[in-house]
Structures are given as structure tokens and as C-alpha cells.
Design a binder for this molecule. Structure first.
Ligand code: SF4
Length: 450
């Protein structure tokens, strides 16, 4: 039987979908990248951004004709929206037969087998488990598809309850994964040809600091992973400014394969708004962290998340956010207009900022960020950087040349061309020196150097 998985949202969902795919392939199922060819369609959802339900509904609406044609089609909905809506999904879309939350992921393959053998069955896997939802480590090389970068979950959930965030409700409380399991998965991935690993958690800095921890801190875990032979690069996300330690910062100067890049969500530049958000740090603390990071690694790429128009945000609060953006000079940022997430504290907070004010603020912020991003990328102009070749690129197609894309250590995408006859047989996954010859708004272009 063939299965198709559509994934919305963060890298954690990508990692979960990859695991489900690997587990299904190991059970004899075949992957398809076309919904119309599938006997099983799964959608892994995300509720962090706006309109997640609409996205899910529109996806289910689109695949309904396939179910009409083939009533044996098995449709499953997983992830954060599934956790949030639960069995309500069945009322609206009775053809859905499987609903699973984030802790239900390990049980999906065996549940699909059950659904195949009993066509009248519908199953929901929505309970939060009182343990990290560990699963067998299955890595199907065919699914890695020569991709040299892999995501590894090191924990699940979050205990922070930031006022605007739905994660603690949809992913449950923080549960750290056993460090030996993380290491085993990383080693297996490297053996399968992976060159770069991104360690994932909602708040990696508090890894191990919950009742599921095994005494290994995030810093210790990072050191252990960095020692895996053949692993060229490590990254991690997401960090929380209130939990980041000096020991972690120092590792940027000590571990050769730890990439000089950190995503450190600021969210707002006003201490009053940070307090309302429940972020538990001041802007001064944030600035101190940035100073330390840059002392250890001058070239570190710092990215962030920002929310504009949080309930109660006044013009002067927003100006403080702009001020922080200019002071830190983020290399890039993800910025969003605040929107209510059901059940969060911020949903009940007043006054709400009018939509047009939020839009205006967002535009102003993004214009400033665009300039800073360009300034940051321009620093690479005419520099030679090490690029991990990730795959072909669709850009700049010319006769006789192949276009590739990869990332430099700071995480920025670099596109470059290679003459067809010069492409080595094993090129994807190698690290090549690229001289940056052109800087565009959001991408870099370069040429191979010896
Ligand atoms: S730290 Fe805050 S924003 Fe991040 S996942 Fe936890 S509750 Fe959400």
C-alpha cells in the first residue's frame, strides 16, 4: 500500500513525519509524493501560526474526492491541531479514521495496520503520556534521499506557558528524551550518510531539567553529539533567553562542528510587554546574552522571533522593539502579528491592538529587518565560505550547468552553478568552498573555489 504525508509547521513535525514514514516503509508500505496515488493519507498539523484549522479543513476538503473514488482510503490527522480539536474532527470530516496527537506518533504505524484489517474502525490517539513518547529508531536511507541534514527531537512539550503560546496545551509538559536514545539516533543518522544534525526542542536549554531527564544537561548532550565521528555540523533550536547558560555560550568557541548560529526568540523589546507575555527576562538580560555570544564568536549569526501587537502593546512599547532590533542587528528575524490562540492567557487580555495598527507596525519592523538582513549578508560578499551541499536548486538554470544549493555555517542559503561535466559523482553532502559573488534580498550566489 502507498502512503502520502503532508506536513505543516515546525521542524519537530518534520522529524515526526520522517519517523512515521520510515516506520511505515520498514513495515513494507511504499511512500508516494502524490496524494492521488495514495491508499493512506496523513496530515501532520501545526497550530502555532494563524488559521491552522482553515489550513487543515482546506486540505481535507481537497482530498475528499479521493475518498469518494476510493472509500477504503485511510485518512489520518495528527499534530497540534489534531490535539486541540480532538474528536471534533470526526463530526466535520467523518471520513477521517485516525486522529493522533504528538504523544500518539509512536503508535501510528501499528494503528494503521489495525485500521486496514478492520475497515469499520476509527481510532484516536490523543492521551498525553507520562513519559517521553519513545519509538524504535528506524532510518530508511531511501527516505533520506541523499539529504545530508537531519532533525532529531531531544524533548517534547514545554513548561513555560508564555501567555500567547498554545504549545504547552498541544504538546503537553516538557519531557526530555533519554540522552542515550538521542545519541543512538544521531549515530545511526551519521552512519546513513547524514552530515549535519539539528537538535530540536521547544526549549533546548532546559533539556534534562524535568523529571524525565537522565542527569545529562543540554550542554553535555551537545558535547557528546559533537564527538560522533563523521558528523560535520550541529545546530540546535529553539533556545529560551531565560535558560541559556554561559556554559552553552562558551561551547560556541570550543566545539569545531557546532555551527556559529543561534535562534534566540526575543518576542518583544519592551520589558512591560515581556512581563505580560510571561517571558521571564528583561531586555537588558537579552542584550547581555548577545554580548557574551559575540565575545565568544564574533561571526555568530543571530536570528529571532518577534510578535507585534501583543494585547496592550502601546506605540512606545513597539518603539522599544524597534530599538532592540537595531541594537542587536539581528541577521534575520521571523516577525508576526499577534493573533489569539484558543485557551491561552493572552486570548483574554485587553486591550487588543487593532488589525491596521498591527499591520503598520509589522511593515515598519520588517522594513528595518530587511535592511539589517541585507547588511548582514553583504558581509559575505567576496568572502569564501564553506557550504554543505544540500541538493539541486531550481535557480539559474542554464545549458550545460547544474545549479546547487547549500548552507554556509551561519545557516544562510547559498546557490551556485557547476559545469555538468565537473560535478563529482558524490557531491550532495560534501562541503565545498564557495566565493560569494552576489547578494540578493534573501539569498546568496557564488562560485566554487578550490
Ligand atoms: S517557551 Fe513559550 S513560546 Fe516557546 S514553546 Fe514554550 S510556551 Fe511556547
Amino acid at each position: 500500500m502507498k502512503f502520502f504525508i503532508r506536513t505543516f509547521g515546525c521542524q519537530m513535525n518534520v522529524a515526526d513525519s520522517f519517523w512515521i514514514s520510515s516506520a511505515l516503509v520498514s513495515k513494507g508500505f511504499e511512500v508516494t509524493y502524490q496524494e492521488k496515488d495514495a491508499d493512506i493519507i496523513l496530515v501532520n498539523t501545526c497550530s502555532v501560526r494563524k488559521k491552522p484549522e482553515e489550513k487543515l479543513y482546506s486540505f481535507l476538503g481537497r482530498i475528499y474526492p479521493y475518498f469518494k473514488k476510493n472509500p477504503e482510503l485511510i485518512v489520518g490527522v495528527g499534530g497540534c491541531v489534531a490535539q486541540q480539536l480532538g474528536e471534533k474532527i470526526w463530526k466535520k470530516f467523518p471520513f477521517v479514521r485516525l486522529i493522533f496527537g504528538t504523544d500518539g506518533v509512536p503508535y501510528v504505524p501499528q494503528t494503521i495496520t489495525k485500521l486496514i484489517s478492520t475497515p469499520s474502525l476509527k481510532i484516536s490517539l490523543l492521551d498525553f503520556k507520562d513519559f517521553y513518547p519513545e519509538r524504535d529508531i528506524v532510518i530508511e536511507e531511501e527516505l533520506l534521499n541523499n539529504h545530508p541534514v537531519a532533525y532529531v527531537n531531544i524533548m517534547q512539550g514545554c513548561n513555560n506557558f508564555c501567555a500567547y503560546c498554545i504549545v504547552p496545551y498541544t504538546r503537553g509538559r516538557q519531557k526530555s528524551r533519554h540522552s542515550e536514545k538521542v545519541l543512538e539516533e544521531c549515530k545511526r543518522l551519521v552512519d546513513a550518510g547524514v552530515k549535519e544534525i539539528m537538535l530540536l526542542g521547544q526549549n533546548v536549554n532546559s533539556y534534562g531539567k524535568d523529571k524525565y531527564g537522565d542527569g545529562v544537561s543540554f550542554e553535555d548532550l551537545l558535547v557528546k553529539v559533537s564527538k560522533i565521528e563523521g558528523l560535520k555540523r550541529i545546530r540546535f533550536t529553539t533556545s529560551h533567553p531565560k535558560d541559556i547558560s554561559d556554559k552553552l555560550i562558551e561551547l560556541f568557541g570550543k566545539l569545531d562542528n557546532l555551527c556559529p548560529a543561534i535562534h534566540l526568540p526575543l518576542q518583544a523589546g519592551s520589558n512591560r510587554i515581556l512581563k505580560l507575555m510571561g517571558r521571564k527576562y528583561l531586555k537588558e538580560d537579552y542584550l547581555r546574552i548577545i554580548d557574551k555570544l559575540r565575545k565568544v564568536r564574533e561571526d555568530i549569526v543571530i536570528t529571532t522571533d518577534l510578535i507585534v501587537g501583543f494585547p496592550g502593546e502601546r506605540e512606545e512599547d513597539f518603539r522599544e522593539t524597534l530599538d532592540m532590533v537595531k541594537r542587536v542587528e539581528f541577521d534575520s528575524s521571523f516577525s508576526f502579528k499577534y493573533s489569539d490562540r484558543p485557551g491561552t492567557r493572552a486570548e483574554k487580555m485587553e486591550p487588543k491592538v487593532p488589525e491596521e495598527v498591527k499591520s503598520k507596525r509589522l511593515k515598519e519592523l520588517q522594513n528595518i529587518q530587511d535592511e539589517l538582513t541585507l547588511k548582514s549578508m553583504n558581509k559575505l560578499h567576496n568572502q569564501t565560505v564553506e557550504v554543505l551541499v544540500e541538493g539541486r536548486s531550481s535557480k539559474q538554470l542554464k545549458k550545460g550547468v547544474v545549479s546547487f544549493r547549500g548552507r554556509e555555517p551561519g545557516g544562510r542559503v547559498v546557490n551556485f552553478l557547476v559545469n555538468k561535466e565537473m560535478v563529482p559523482s558524490v557531491f550532495i553532502g560534501s562541503i565545498v568552498n564557495i566565493k560569494i559573488t552576489e547578494v540578493k534580498k534573501h539569498s546568496l550566489f557564488g562560485e566554487v573555489r578550490k
